[in-house]
Design a protein around this ligand. Structure first.
Ligand SMILES: [Zn+2]
Ligand SMILES: [Zn+2]
Length: 333
């Protein structure tokens, strides 16, 4: 099969011909139809996340069809279309797993990081950690749901759950890329008012946010017209933390959604005072996956994608790095 492989960090992906992997016990072999390109892939290729398996096939927003099942597989069958997310497998026995926090698992494997992912024609995955997809999304459009959508949803749900009775009405989204463009649609459908923050002066992304239902869009240095009950930072820039705190109302909640962020600059305590909270989101649980797929089947989410042939994965990563992409890049084998 054809695959794009990372052999060293930092590095470029190399196009290779590899044997089709064989599914082990509880695993399935998936013929990849589409694989989204996530910012995390960029952090892996660039060496900011520095413990990958090597050589590695990246990619954790995978949509494909099961073409073979391994031994002791009983949940999934051939012909079924499934999605593979970032959490490839959790151990099920560590104290985090036993508490229902498998996203914090000590021994987890992550798709396209510590296990081979979907920048290939085929991949294997554990049948317990993959999801059937709502039928009315075609595979290319569904790919960004598997990480941008899912991790975005965990961040969004964490803000809601932390707010509890107080309820979030005004929500800020910092960094208007693949995740924010999905979450804005859910937030608006659930009656929230969304304020979108892009790089200062990025008119095109601001227009895009307004088109998708944001009621206001501006640069990250701008103050929103109303104080925010919560904000989610999707961009990997620590400098956004004090900016977002400044825009939060008393008791407001700030969720940092990324797996990697540059250093957060020092800021006056006054910005955190009045019970403002700063939280981070790590990975996802299967519960998030099922919850999100349910919402994706209720609300018809529009995903803005730019398709690339698999062998142009390096170009897709370059375009993500330079901020040229509107929505999400998706590789097609
Ligand atoms: Zn565990
Ligand atoms: Zn991702």
């Amino acid at each position: 099969m054809k695959a794009m492989v990372l052999e060293q960090q930092p590095g470029r992906l190399i196009s290779k011909e590899l044997p089709i992997p064989v599914p082990g016990p509880k695993e399935v072999l998936i013929k990849v139809e589409a694989c989204g390109v996530c910012r995390t892939d960029l952090h892996i290729v660039d060496g900011e996340l520095n413990r990958p398996k090597l050589p590695l096939i990246p990619g954790h927003e995978v949509v494909g069809t099961i073409v073979e099942t391994g031994s002791r597989t009983h949940l999934r069958r051939t012909g079924e279309r499934v999605g593979v997310p970032w959490l490839f497998k959790s151990c099920g026995v560590c104290r985090y797993c036993r508490q229902g926090n498998e996203n914090l698992c000590e021994h987890a494997l992550f798709t396209g990081y510590t296990a081979d992912g979907g920048y290939a024609e085929f991949m294997t995955a554990n049948e317990n950690f993959i999801y059937p997809l709502p039928p009315d999304y075609d595979s290319i459009k569904a790919a960004p749901l598997l990480c941008a959508g899912l991790i975005g949803f965990r961040s969004y749900r964490m803000a809601d759950e932390t707010a509890g009775e107080r309820r979030i009405k005004n929500l800020g989204l910092y960094g208007f890329g693949a995740a924010a463009h999905i979450i804005v649609q859910i937030a608006v459908a659930q009656g929230k008012e969304v304020f979108a923050f892009t790089k200062d002066g990025d008119r095109e992304k601001q227009e895009f946010a307004l088109d998708l239902g944001a009621s206001w869009a501006g640069g990250s240095s701008d103050m929103p017209p109303k104080p925010l009950d919560a904000a989610i930072i999707f961009a990997p820039a620590g400098s956004l933390v004090p900016k977002a705190l400044k825009a939060l109302d008393k008791g407001g909640i700030l969720v940092c959604a990324g797996i990697y962020m540059s250093d957060i600059p020092a800021f006056p305590y006054e910005l955190l005072w009045w019970e403002r909270k700063v939280l981070s989101v790590a990975n996802l649980t299967r519960n998030d996956g099922y919850g999100f797929m349910e919402i994706a089947s209720e609300i018809r989410l529009h995903t803005e994608i730019t398709p690339y042939p698999l062998k142009q994965a390096n170009a897709a990563l370059d375009h993500l790095r330079s901020g040229r992409l509107k929505g999400a890049a998706v590789l097609i084998p």
